[in-house]
Ligand binder design. Structure first.
Ligand code: SF4
Ligand code: SF4
Length: 282
């Protein structure tokens, strides 16, 4: 596997707004995500724990799905196991000023950890670099699924996927029951989600809402639908105390997106000066 990522970041940005045709690859099949995120990176339990330990859990957000055979909350049938809603944990995508694929800069939903200036990942090869990002697009190649690199090639020309041989060393796919508590988590108290589902659909989750899912992910007992309630309360407190550069930058990006022209260089003030790790440039 060999990819040409310079000037791309197609797998880190929701670039549907500037695409000639829109892919809905995340919204096929019977279960539809409640959020509108594109290319959500599903984090493993270990990834989530690392973000928590690094004080970066304020960058995380849940994904839940509609499913007619699930549990009803706020008038929505949610995918559930044993009556408990299931979810992924991913990374937030605020609007940032980015110019991928040699386009003019525009405000696009962008991974909270992507440096808009260089289009490089600020946590690349650090302790919190997600497994899914480190291996992308390895699993797609192994399963014969289209990659984001190819979607970018189709939309903007250029060569992105230079070698499509799947890598030999690849983590397990974590599908089916073995994913429970490792990549797919359950929320222990469905009644406690009243109001939260409405806010999720409206894109208005609060810090507290997101924290509850992060805590449930790390406090779940792997392979079961059980939750360690003491771990849950401790984790909830930890996430609630997170006050990182990334969490503080997101509200500013969201305000700027409604008032200012897109200029990637402002990331120096909004992110770097708040303590964001620099990227090496190409
Ligand atoms: S879409 Fe492919 S080429 Fe583009 S940044 Fe992601 S891995 Fe690299
Ligand atoms: S963590 Fe890094 S590589 Fe993964 S989506 Fe975000 S910016 Fe991209």
């Amino acid at each position: 596997m060999k990819v040409n990522c310079e000037g791309c970041a197609g797998c880190c940005i929701d670039w549907r707004a500037i695409a000639p045709t829109v892919s809905s690859h995340e919204r096929r099949g019977p279960r539809k995500p409640l959020d509108d995120a594109y290319n959500l990176v599903p984090l493993t339990r270990e990834d989530v724990r690392s973000f928590l330990d690094a004080g970066l859990a304020d960058a995380l957000t849940p994904r839940l799905w509609e499913d007619e055979s699930g549990v009803e909350i706020d008038g929505v049938e949610l995918a559930a196991i044993e009556g408990k809603p299931v979810f992924f944990v991913g990374i937030r995508k605020p609007l940032k000023p980015v110019a991928p694929f040699d386009t003019d800069a525009s405000w696009l939903p962008t991974c909270a950890f992507l440096d808009p200036k260089t289009l490089q990942c600020r946590i690349h090869e650090t302790d919190v670099y997600p497994e899914e990002c480190a291996e992308y697009p390895g699993h797609n190649l192994k399963l014969g699924q289209q990659t984001e690199c190819e979607r970018v090639e189709n939309a903007f020309d250029g060569e992105r996927l230079l070698n499509d041989e799947p890598p030999r060393a690849l983590s397990g796919l974590l599908l089916g029951p073995q994913a429970l508590g490792q990549k797919v988590f359950v929320y222990p108290d469905p009644d406690g989600l009243t109001g939260v589902i409405d806010r999720l659909i409206d894109g208005e989750l609060t810090d507290r809402d997101r924290a509850r899912f992060v805590a449930a992910a790390v406090a779940g007992r792997p392979g079961t639908t059980g939750t360690n309630h003491e771990h849950y309360e401790n984790a909830l407190h930890e996430v609630g105390s997170a006050d990182s550069w990334v969490g503080r930058a997101i509200p500013e990006w969201e305000v700027m997106a409604t008032t200012e022209k897109p200029d990637p260089s402002v990331a120096t003030r909004v992110e770097d000066e708040r303590g964001a790790p620099p990227t090496p440039d190409w």
